[in-house]
Design a protein around this ligand. Structure first.
Ligand code: NAD
Length: 498
């Protein structure tokens, strides 16, 4: 068997067609094993590809490059525009940022597409009828990674959701469904709690969904939606959701389909695309030749379709399905009675290669059509600005007391500006003017001030006088959030219980 090493800079595949150069990273943990398997299959199938090998991940991190990726690797990806990536290990602690998240965000890969299907009866699953696609927003949400410790006891992480982010992913989901003959798009959000952020996602789902009358639409609150997905995945077709929920439910969906090792994903942007397995680097089984390379093989098939190399994609998928049908299974999906051969990673790849040109007997054959919908995705157009008025301010303060009334008195005794103290909350729960003795309070308090004259917007410079006043009263303010109305509607949430 040919050994494709990490240090090879370029590997040319023999092909009659002009090869396309793609960037490849073998990653960490099981990455090199599953990437070698996948590249051997691509090569044996005659994919007209040339590989530009880069090194990203753990070695880069540990050599002192906190981003995990050298400049030259960015150049390769930006030039080739298509990146096949094995999983990488993010070292624990030490402030290392996830390279996967950095890639997706820096390259503008806003859509993460994760098909999850079951391969009954050959791969054991409680859900024989399962064929769904999760379309996950890939750049925003809590993955903005903006975290701050504000008091001894409280750390915050900002959840950022934008109109362009929502519009782009939701339109992508509907166009995807349209192109691939899917019947229904389901939106998962938690807008009963996060009315502003998740509320925007749900609202835009309704707005854009109205443009697709032939596609069925539904919305589920993520908690019961995820429960339903784990219990009855057959009722779902295309699911569109925010970044964190999509991350969690796609692992669930892959696992209940048979194994987290089976699913691949595409990260699509306007300029570049990145293809990877959905699982991580599985360091505990690295080097043992037991990892399932199927997730990365499926990612490579998604990549071939993206490159319009549909015939090669079909050839590999048919050979892969035939291998699964023939009971040649890696240990994660091996089952006595159904499986015939417990294959290692390399042997599984050999079996797929032997079957190139074969057609599956049980599974349906596939016929890939290159997507044309991406050219129909309208670029985001910024709307006319709304009328934005400053009506108040939330001031977060670090205070070690426990009685909100005492804090209120301290604030009110020095309040000389045109503000009224409307509410004090602790971790979002209103604790003044009315409170319950049972409410637990930390050292992180929010003072909500509104303008004394409700009909007059507040000039911004008055915020500074307010902060100076708090400072003089010995109040340790740590952060402010302005309260705006947009076209007269409040752009902020109420306190819990307010
Ligand atoms: P993981 O996906 O690596 O492993 C979870 C479980 O699934 C383990 O039991 C593992 O053995 C098993 N598994 C995963 N892939 C398999 C395969 N192909 N065949 C057979 N079994 C497989 O998740 P983790 O343990 O939480 O993370 C390990 C490392 O991977 C961490 O450093 C994490 O940051 C990283 N990670 C990377 C990516 C990526 O590069 N896209 C994604 C997720 C996690």
């Amino acid at each position: 068997m040919e050994n494709l090493t990490m240090t090879d800079s370029r590997e040319m595949l023999l092909s009659a067609d002009q090869p396309t150069t793609i960037t490849v990273a073998k990653g960490d943990g099981i990455g090199p094993e599953i990437m070698n398997a996948t590249l051997r299959i691509l090569k044996a199938a005659g994919a007209p590809l040339q590989f530009d090998m880069i090194e990203v991940g753990e070695k880069q991190y540990l050599s002192g490059n906190s981003s995990g990726i050298p400049e030259s690797a960015w150049d390769s990806i930006r030039k080739n525009k298509v990146f096949l990536k094995a999983p990488i290990t993010t070292p624990q602690g030490g402030g290392y940022k996830s390279l996967n998240v950095t890639m997706r965000k820096k390259l503008g890969l806003y859509a993460n597409i994760r098909p999850c299907a079951s391969y009954h009866p050959y791969v054991s699953t409680k859900h024989p009828v399962m064929d769904l696609v999760i379309i996950r927003e890939n750049e925003e949400d809590l993955y903005a990674g903006i975290e701050h410790q504000q008091t001894d006891e409280v750390i915050q992480c900002l959840k950022l959701i934008s109109r362009p982010g929502c519009e782009r992913i939701i339109r992508y989901a509907f166009e995807y469904a349209q192109q691939y003959g899917r019947k229904k798009v389901t939106c998962f959000s938690k807008d009963n709690i996060m009315k502003q952020t998740d509320g925007l996602f749900h609202r835009i789902f309704d707005e854009i969904g109205a443009e697709y009358p032939n596609i069925e639409k539904e919305h589920w609150i993520i908690d019961i939606g995820a429960a339903k997905l784990a219990d009855s995945p057959e009722i779902f077709d295309v699911i569109v959701t925010l970044n964190l929920y999509g991350d969690v439910i796609s692992d669930i969906a892959a696992q209940i389909a048979g194994s987290v090792g089976l699913a691949g994903s595409a990260n699509i942007g306007t300029h570049c695309a990145m293809f990877e397995a959905i699982h991580g680097s599985a360091p505990k089984i690295a080097g043992e030749n037991i990892a399932n390379p199927s997730g990365l093989i499926q990612a490579a098939i998604l990549m071939l379709v993206h490159l319009k190399q549909n015939a090669i994609a079909e050839k590999i998928q048919h050979a892969w399905l035939k291998t699964i049908e023939d009971g040649i299974h890696t240990p994660d999906i091996y089952k006595e009675g159904m499986s015939k051969v417990k294959a290692g990673t390399a042997e599984f790849a050999d079996a797929v290669i032997e079957r190139l040109g074969c057609i599956p007997e049980h599974f349906k054959t596939v016929s890939y059509t290159s997507s044309t919908f991406e050219s129909r995705l309208k670029p985001y157009v910024r709307r006319a600005p709304m009328k934005k008025e400053l009506v108040g301010v939330d001031v977060m303060v670090h205070w070690n007391g426990s009685d909100a009334g005492e804090l209120a008195n301290k604030v009110l005794s020095g309040l000389t500006t045109n503000f009224t103290l409307k509410m004090i909350s602790n971790r979002g729960t209103a604790v003044w003017p009315n409170s319950l003795p049972e409410t637990f309070c930390t050292d992180h308090w929010r003072l909500r001030f509104i303008g004394t004259d409700a009909n007059t917007p507040i000039p911004k410079n008055q915020l500074l006088s307010l902060l100076e006043m708090l400072d003089r009263s010995g109040i340790d303010y740590i952060k402010t959030e302005h309260l705006y109305t947009f076209d007269g509607k409040p752009g902020y949430s109420m306190g819990q219980g307010q």
